[in-house]
Design a protein around this ligand. Structure first.
Ligand code: URA
Length: 438
């Protein structure tokens, strides 16, 4: 097999066989096929796409470049959730606790934030002592004994994706649906799961800006997952404005705890309950969606979710007392309220701009090697549809020394709000459900 012939065929719109894709990925991982040939291949896929069989074969080849966790010794269904990422999306934290409290086994391998969206690992590390770099054996043990464990990607999970993603990043080939699907699903399938719930975000703060793009990605992810014999459901959820009110690592941990205490913002709760209920359904722990939702709501109301979150934190070396006393989490030295320059109704809120502003404060990374400040971020007081009077606070900035100079940041934050005469009815949060028929 010559890489040249495969690139040539894909460039001209032909299909590659599973064996050819396996050889390509294997040769690349072994250093026998150079970056420039894989870059050309990725560009050919970008323009020509892949059919369902090729997508699955590429995913499986990338999966086989590393290890697949063996969770078969653990009883019960092992189900994870993956979100395509959005601003203020802290759902994984309360969801892992609630799903585990309801009997699902949750082996969650998460990533770090880059650009305007945050990462679950960074949020978890805002909890003093919390360890995400567990040995695989301990991870499996905790999924068995606690019910959920959240850790970072190891070098042995889909290593081909790590190299390929870095290559795509510098060759303008990230935005290819078959390449995204193979990248996401190779990592998720390596967790040894039985099923997966996908939260595909749509809107100006998301990776997929339009509904047709998000639908196409959801279908591709489902196709690969089902092709690999897994139960998969996808929810398409709105990401035009941030989810919840907090953006920033420790602040998002606080909001997750508030949710598990029975409070928290309604939008965060709606998405968290909906996704967790889908996990219960895939785990066959509920006869239908309505019953699954009731079980999740009950785990919030009777405190089982919160108790499970305490247990997860303690098992992973974190300070479990943050659950009762969120004052133990890192706190910023300066709080600054930003007043509204005008009276009216919030007609739009630019989530991406807020995410980038939080990143400039130190809550996120512009480059992989940047350090995170867990304490800083934003707490919103007004979201789309809310009325505000002139001079009333739109949001509070939690900052430490460093970060972007204040006047420039303030101007960016105020500009993220579009305030007009209204009224505005916020669009539905859960746009579409693509469920597994089995
Ligand atoms: N997230 C991933 O993990 N991979 C992609 O290709 C895009 C988003």
């Amino acid at each position: 097999m010559r890489a040249y012939e495969l690139i040539h065929r894909k460039r001209d719109g032909g299909a590659l066989t599973a064996a050819e894709l396996e050889a390509l990925i294997r040769g690349y991982t072994a250093g026998e096929i150079p970056d420039y040939q894989l870059a050309a291949f990725c560009m050919a896929v970008y323009f020509r796409g892949m059919d369902a069989a090729e997508s699955l074969a590429l995913t499986e080849a990338m999966l086989r470049s590393g290890d697949v966790l063996d969770l078969s010794a653990l009883p019960g269904a092992k189900i994870d959730k993956h979100s395509t990422g959005g601003v203020g999306d802290k759902v994984s934290l309360p969801l892992a606790a609630l799903a585990a409290a309801c009997g699902v086994r949750v082996p969650m391998v998460s990533g770090r934030g880059l650009g305007h969206t945050g990462g679950t690992l960074d949020k978890l590390e805002a909890i003093p002592g919390f360890r995400v770099d567990l040995p695989v054996g301990r991870f499996i043990e905790l999924v068995g004994s606690v019910g959920a464990c959240l850790m970072g990607q190891t070098d042995r999970i889909a290593p081909a994706d790590k190299r390929l993603y870095a290559l795509r990043d510098v060759t303008a080939t990230v935005e290819s649906i078959p390449l995204i699907a193979a990248s996401i699903m190779s990592k998720k399938l390596a967790e040894g799961i039985d099923g997966l719930v996908l939260d595909v975000k749509v809107g100006r703060g998301a990776f997929m800006k339009t509904l047709p793009e998000a639908q196409a990605l959801a279908r591709a992810l489902i196709g690969v997952g089902r092709g690999a014999g897994k139960r998969v459901t996808a929810l398409l959820t709105a990401m035009d404005q941030p989810l919840g009110l907090s953006i920033g690592n420790a602040l998002e941990v606080v909001e997750s705890i508030e949710l598990l205490r029975g409070g928290g913002p309604a939008d965060l709760r709606e998405v968290t309950v909906a996704l967790t209920a889908e996990m219960l359904l895939l785990a066959r722990l509920a006869p239908g969606l309505a019953a699954a939702r009731r079980q999740v709501e009950a785990a919030i109301a009777d405190g089982r979710g919160l108790a499970k979150w305490r247990q997860i934190i303690e098992a992973q070396g974190g300070d479990p007392r943050v659950v009762e006393d969120t004052g133990r989490l890192p706190r910023a030295s300066t709080l600054l309220e930003l007043p509204s320059p005008t009276a009216g109704v919030v007609e739009a809120l630019d989530g991406e701009a807020l995410g980038l502003a939080a990143m400039a404060l130190g809550a996120g990374r512009a480059r992989v090697e940047d350090r995170i400040d867990p304490a800083v971020g934003l707490v919103l007081h007004r979201k789309v549809g809310d009325r505000v009077e002139r001079g009333e606070p739109l949001l509070t900035v939690h900052r430490n020394a460093g970060g972007e100079p204040q006047p420039r940041l303030e101007a960016r934050l105020v500009a993220a709000y579009t305030i007009g005469p209204g009224p505005v009815v916020p669009a539905p949060l859960i746009i579409e459900r693509l469920a597994d028929p089995s």
